[in-house]
Design a protein around this ligand. Sequence first.
Ligand code: PLP
Length: 426
Amino acid sequence: MTNKNETLFARAQKTTPGGVNSPVRAFRSVGGTPRFITRAEGAYFWDAEDQRYIDYIGSWGPAIVGHAHPDVVQAVQEAAARGLSFGAPTEGEVLMAEEICHIVPGVEQIRLVSSGTEATMSALRLARGATKRDKIIKFEGCYHGHADSLLVKAGSGLLTFGNPTSAGVPEDFSKHTLVLDYNNSQQLEDVFQSIGDQIACIIVEPVAGNMNLIRATPEFLQTMRRLCTAHGSVLIFDEVMCGFRVGLQGAQALFGIQADLVCMGKVIGGGLPVAAFGGRADLMAHMAPLGGVYQAGTLSGNPVAVAAGMTTLKIIQQPGFYEQLTAQTRKLADGLTAAGQQAGFDFCADAVGGMFGLYFAAQIPDSYAAMMATDKDKFNRFFHLMLDAGVYLAPSAFEAGFVSIAHDDAIIETTIAAAKQAFSKL
Ligand code: PLP
């Protein structure tokens, strides 16, 4: 019998590089055939074979209220009926900006864009424009989208500027990006002591979700806050993933640290393309048309996408939303940890708000190096055993997972039971 996922994947590869529109979807890291999704509801989605999965990706973060939430679908349908895009301002954008400025600490003004990549790219340009400096600092293992300045890995020494991680990124760009170790405050101190007056900004995932889940230490974030203030550099929290995810007010509230600029995405679009960057009004005043930092977008603030985002923002502010999301995610992490350890594996899991990480390691990793040392082969086999049991985890050992408010006790228990079976076969 022909497997429809395989058939679609073979067809896709003829007209799309690797058969996918974003590389991780191709299952290259775990091997096997990607599932082609036909529909989704709540905590589940179904593939081309009509196989149902408990979804722990949630579109890589946006589906926090569960797939196809009736209120979100209705808002999208109503907005679409009024027209898809105008290229002129709408009241919806005003309401959304007011809502986000109200929720996110220190964000006095925002600009809506269509992807997290645009948000970080524009925030960097703003930081460089405002400080009139070129050099930026990022951290190994953090992903901030695919802008040229950010597809950069560490150079050979502390003060050596980075090397491109993608073909097509000129070294002339990467030479302005300094890549340091996550959770290493001493490196930050050393770099700022030498060239602090040349640094336009630090960009950081304050809870990292792109090297699996790694928590920043409070001291690491406090150090960068202090150094940025002392040296006139801009602190950018990239909360595209952890914003509205680790808690309503994101990592800033979790750590009690205020960034100068915050990048947002995923949840604020509710599954449609909305992202944003925002922060101090004096910084945002550098943006065109007020100031000299240019940025624009044909579909920025798209009315249908804003309707999905605004409805999602309303749902996540309902009383008890984050308490429940956090409790369910913790239940999952603890249940998986117990299942793995009882089966005799070096295995643990961690959760922050509605994000979680699974690690084939004796201890929860706290650095990129520790994360890279986890057992990737075991993860890959575990991934496929879970997939066969109808549980869809991130198809890579180096990605975080996501729980939605639709993941109820029964679903979490089914997942843990599937994991027990998987560990017994591993
Ligand atoms: N920043 C972070 C922290 C992300 O996790 C991502 C995407 O996963 C991005 C930026 C880029 O967002 P997008 O894929 O919407 O361009």
